[in-house]
Design a protein around this ligand. Structure first.
Ligand code: SF4
Length: 1023
């Protein structure tokens, strides 16, 4: 029995009918003390448990209320601090802090300083600037505190210190009713709390002794202890910090120590020990230092495996579904309504949207598919437009299918029409649901700033309507968020502010929230903090997370009130050394009060950072006490400890499915994992077969050597004409046949998504097609007017066309910022200037004849008397003479990749030659009687990178082209889609999913490879 319970049991026996009030750090702690007392004393009466704020509220209540004053929560206090800080900043009165500007982090730090000063009974008049190392800081802090005090007074508000002070003042006039005030000696109190307890207790204040702690000084914030009565009644753990004087060790060791690879494995090891030793969960408690990840790990394990756990300090709200929704919505707004953020919320199931059938929610996958297909990207204004465009596109597809009538694909078409109508209805529902959400979020005012209150109200609406409440944690999280946001709405007098600042401030409403705090319950493991735990009376206690960085802490000074300044202001403001001492003493007091077994542990490796971590001094002290030797050092501890517990549980120690699998997979003899997986998962079996085939010496279908027999009609351009080629397709085939296979045979395409890239508006393809369109319209206008390009005369025309086209593109793809749009717009205009200048200087001008000239399935002959069909579009055709022509293709990139091209660029630059041949055939038909000849064909690079260069091929050998095309198309004909030596994997769309392994993985020894490599070498001859 702990000293505290022993004392209370005796006191209750001596004063059975007197009213007794025990001051406790939390109600959860009070409940545990009551239960321990019941176990120890059997029964007790007239004892109740109160926290200091609850005691203060009760005193005011009994004395006729707080006179209409409204108590505040800590987030309301932070919000008030932030508002006053902004006011002073705007008035230019903040001096020292004005450089940093307003931010939620600074507001929180200032609020902490103000609260500490006020809890110590200090007022703004005590904050004298000359007591600060930087006087300017003292002035600013005093000013802020004075403004804060006035705001409380004028608003009749009670922050926590105000509440305590009001109660103390009330007690001076009206003493508390006759009751014993019992206060644990080891409870750490600030000055106002101590004053309150003294005033409330008067002559009936009774200190409650804790278990003795030897070897440590009591912190200043604890009440002085009665003289310890030596060894009597003290547990051996009382000597944790004086192991040399401890009674001799028990025969049966009560202290155990282990280490683990990171906090997750530490928690798993605790559970493995409980399962292995068959300890019921409600016989154990886990204590962890403040700020450690252990409670979160237990929560996640409990959510995944149904582990029964109670949390003395609750869990961070960000791990609940409403918490994720809250923070996800903040990110959504902060990222300019990025559709990726909305999709993440949908995919996690933290928000559902209407639009499903009938009147149900739309499946997350469907909603995300529509949002992505709509190419929204970001921008609140784009959602409805893009979704409407997507829906219209679907309806146009529907009409087109209707137009096909019954046709061949009767049933098929029917099913497709039905699917299109379903999709159109879903998109309509989705647009309505997203529209409602967007409409509820206020936009900026004329100055571009936001009303915080309006944003908070929008968040209240969204969380109220959409947050899930499936579990108790979720329900509490939703309510807690609504309450906190409600406080911001009530505070409501914030100046309008930029969106980022408003969102940061709203973020503070949820940042420190924890929910689901509960006392230990039957059948459940209890996880609590070192400050609030250790009261369950359970026979087994784990103290986890005792690495040197986490406990007793780093002893950093408060950034607002430095230690020296604290000491100058008051003799009772805690310094960083006090806090360290207090942490250490608090742990020692808790451990001294424990009865039963103690297991201490620490994470010995930081898996995220990839570095070793070391035990706290407490672990060494526990080791010394365990061995009964005060001289042992860290080296001895290191030697004595077993290897760190890791991911492998060890034989018979698995506690969940993950452990079970790892145990099976690591046991000897090793099971045949791949065969077991293959037998149970057909998809993975196919993947494993592919891996094995690629690892073997022979070329197989998994390397790209495929039997195209069944597909020949569709993919071989020599067979039946089903496959129509383009210059780009042929060039891709020459670069990497495997890439051709993925794109044009398997028809794999990278997902088309609009990515939110803050540094760019248009990607190279979008920009290229925009410039093409502008140049085409411009040159069409010039040609129709029968003029030659002249910079001075035609720049206005170009600017007008460019302005319209750029605006149209902007409607389709929103720029991330005005600055980036303007910079890219200038670049495009510069490209157009370069074009005009180069056109003006052109020596052989000719006459522009056609733009965007279509090539529709033109038959191109190849060696051996065969042919294939070609399609494409020629940017521009100039007429140079009666029967001579020039073909020009605009390129917005650099001319460098084309500098070595003589005629065909090894098959990788085929377009000039192909277009020349195709155009000659087309013109021969269109203009009978002549023998048209393309004298020049190539590229024009009108950008800054291309410097207005032109790369043209002249007259070339048509027969060589035919032989090249026959060789190239031979890859398709023979089904040899092997990555060739010219594959440029770094620039390939498929590099993230490519399974070929690239050109280096070609199986040199294989006969088939030799043939393919030979074929590639042949291409090299066609320079
Ligand atoms: S990643 Fe390399 S080997 Fe694979 S398809 Fe692309 S270019 Fe070819």
């Amino acid at each position: 029995m702990s000293a505290l319970v022993r004392f209370l049991a005796a006191f209750c026996r001596e004063h059975p009918v007197d009213e007794k009030t025990l001051v406790v750090p939390s109600f959860v702690a009070g409940r545990q003390i009551g239960e321990a007392l019941t176990r120890a004393a059997g029964s007790w009466a007239n004892l109740r448990f109160v926290t200091t704020p609850a005691l203060a509220a009760e005193i005011l209540e009994r004395g006729g209320g707080a006179g209409g004053a409204k108590p505040m929560t800590s987030s309301a206090e932070i919000a008030l601090t932030d508002r006053l800080f902004r006011e002073l900043l705007a008035e230019g009165k903040l001096g020292h802090f004005s450089v940093a500007g307003a931010s939620p982090g600074l507001s929180r730090a200032l609020h902490r300083a103000i609260r500490e000063l006020r809890l110590d009974g200090r007022t703004s008049s005590d904050v004298r600037p000359e007591r600060f190392l930087a006087e300017e800081k003292g002035q600013a802090l005093a000013l802020l505190l004075a403004r804060y005090e006035r705001a409380l007074e004028s608003g009749d508000l009670l922050d926590l210190p105000g509440l305590l002070l009001r109660a103390i003042e009330r007690l001076a006039r009206t003493p508390f009713a006759l009751t014993w005030i019992l206060c644990p000696e080891d409870m750490r109190l600030c000055r106002l709390e101590d004053d309150l307890i003294r005033a409330a207790g008067g002559g009936r204040l009774m200190p409650v002794p804790g278990d003795a702690v030897f070897g440590l000084d009591r912190p200043r914030q604890c009440r002085p202890a009665q003289a310890p009565d030596g060894r009597s009644g003290s547990d051996r753990l009382s000597w944790l910090f004086a192991p040399g004087q401890a009674p001799s060790p028990e025969k049966e060791a009560r202290i155990e120590i282990f280490r683990a690879l990171g906090p997750t494995n530490e928690c798993r090891e605790i559970l493995r020990r409980l399962y292995t030793e068959k300890v019921p969960f409600d016989q154990a408690e886990v204590l962890t230092p403040p700020g450690s990840a252990h409670a979160t790990v237990f929560y996640l394990l409990s959510a995944r495996t149904g582990l029964p756990v109670t949390f003395g300090d609750g869990v961070a709200i960000s791990f609940t579904s409403p918490g994720r929704l809250f923070f996800g919505l903040l990110d959504w707004l902060e990222n300019d309504f990025s559709s990726d953020n909305l999709c993440a919320l949908l995919e996690n199931g933290d928000i559902t949207l209407a639009g499903g059938a009938p009147d149900g929610p739309l499946a997350a996958r469907t909603a995300c598919r529509h949002l992505r297909n709509a190419m929204i990207g970001w921008g609140r204004g784009r959602y409805l437009d893009r979704l409407a465009a997507l829906r219209e596109g679907k309806l146009a597809d529907f009409d087109a299918l209707q137009g096909c009538g019954g046709g061949d694909g009767g049933d098929d078409n029917e099913a497709r029409r039905a699917a299109i109508l379903t999709a159109a209805a879903e998109i309509e529902g989705l647009a309505a649901a997203v529209g409602r959400i967007l409409a509820s979020i206020p936009g900026p005012d004329a100055a571009g700033t936001y009303d915080l209150r309006g944003l908070c109200e929008a968040f209240i609406g969204l969380i109220g309507d959409h947050a899930r409440g499936d579990s108790e944690f979720d329900r509490r999280a939703r309510q807690a968020l609504l309450d906190r946001l409600g406080e911001f709405v009530t505070e409501g007098r914030f100046p309008a502010m930029p969106l980022k600042e408003a969102l940061d401030l709203i973020r503070t409403a949820g940042a420190s929230l924890r929910v689901g705090a509960a006392p230990p319950l039957p059948g459940r493991l209890h996880v609590a903090g070192l400050v609030s735990g250790g009261l369950s009376g359970r026979p087994l206690t784990f103290v986890a997370g005792l690495d040197e960085a986490s406990f007793p802490g780093r002893g950093l000074q408060d950034p607002i009130l430095l230690d020296e300044e604290r000491a100058a202001i008051s003799d009772s403001l805690p310094t960083s050394a006090d806090i360290l001492r207090s942490n250490l003493f608090g742990l020692a007091a808790v451990l001294a009060s424990l009865r039963g077994r103690l297991v201490v542990s620490y994470p010995s490796y930081d898996i995220v950072e990839g570095r070793e971590s070391f035990p706290s001094s407490v672990v060494l002290q526990a080791f010394r006490l365990l061995r009964g030797d005060a001289d042992l050092d860290y080296a001895a501890l290191e030697k004595a400890l077993a290897d760190a517990s890791g991911f492998l549980p060890g034989a018979g120690r698995a506690f969940d499915e993950t452990d079970w699998w790892l145990e099976r997979l690591s046991a000897e003899p090793r099971p045949d994992g791949p065969r077991t997986v293959a037998a149970n998962f057909p998809g993975l079996a196919a993947g494993l077969a592919a891996l094995a085939a690629r690892a073997a010496d022979k070329l197989t279908a998994y390397d790209g050597l495929v039997d195209i027999g069944p597909l020949r009609e569709a993919i071989d351009p020599f067979a039946g004409g089903g496959a129509v080629m383009s210059a780009t397709r042929l060039e891709l085939l020459a670069k990497c046949p495997f890439s051709y296979f993925l794109r044009h045979v398997l028809k794999i395409e990278p997902p088309e998504e609009v990515e939110f890239d803050r540094s760019r508006w248009l990607d190279p393809l979008q920009r290229g097609s925009l410039v093409h369109e502008i140049l085409c319209d411009f040159m069409t206008g010039i040609a129709e007017a029968g003029e030659d390009v002249e910079a001075a005369r035609h720049r206005a025309l170009m600017t007008r066309i460019a302005g319209d086209k750029i605006a149209g593109m902007r409607r389709q793809i929103p720029p991330p910022s005005e600055g980036i749009f303007e910079s890219e717009r200038r670049d495009i205009l510069e490209t157009l200037d370069i074009f005009i200048a180069a056109e003006e200087k052109r020596e052989n001008r000719g006459r522009p004849l056609a733009f965007e000239k279509r090539i529709d399935g033109e038959r191109i002959e190849v060696a051996g008397g065969r042919s294939f069909r070609l399609r494409g579009s020629i940017d521009r055709v100039d007429r140079l003479g009666p029967d001579t022509y020039r073909v020009i293709d605009y390129k917005t990139g650099s001319s460098k990749p084309y500098e070595d091209v003589v005629y065909f660029g090894r098959g990788r630059t085929l377009q000039p030659a192909l277009y020349a041949v195709a155009l000659e055939q087309i013109l021969a038909r269109e203009r009978p009687g002549g023998i048209p000849r393309v004298a020049e064909s190539g590229y024009f690079f009108p950008s800054r990178r291309g410097e207005g260069h032109e790369i043209m091929i002249g007259d070339f050998d048509r027969d060589r082209l035919k032989r090249l095309l026959a060789d190239l198309l031979g890859f398709i004909e023979s089904g040899a889609f092997i990555a060739g030596p010219g594959a440029k994997c770094d620039y390939c769309d498929f590099r993230d999913v490519c399974v070929s392994g690239g050109p280096d993985s070609a199986k040199e020894e294989c006969e088939a490879t030799r043939k393919v490599i030979e074929a590639f070498r042949k291409l090299d001859e066609y320079k």
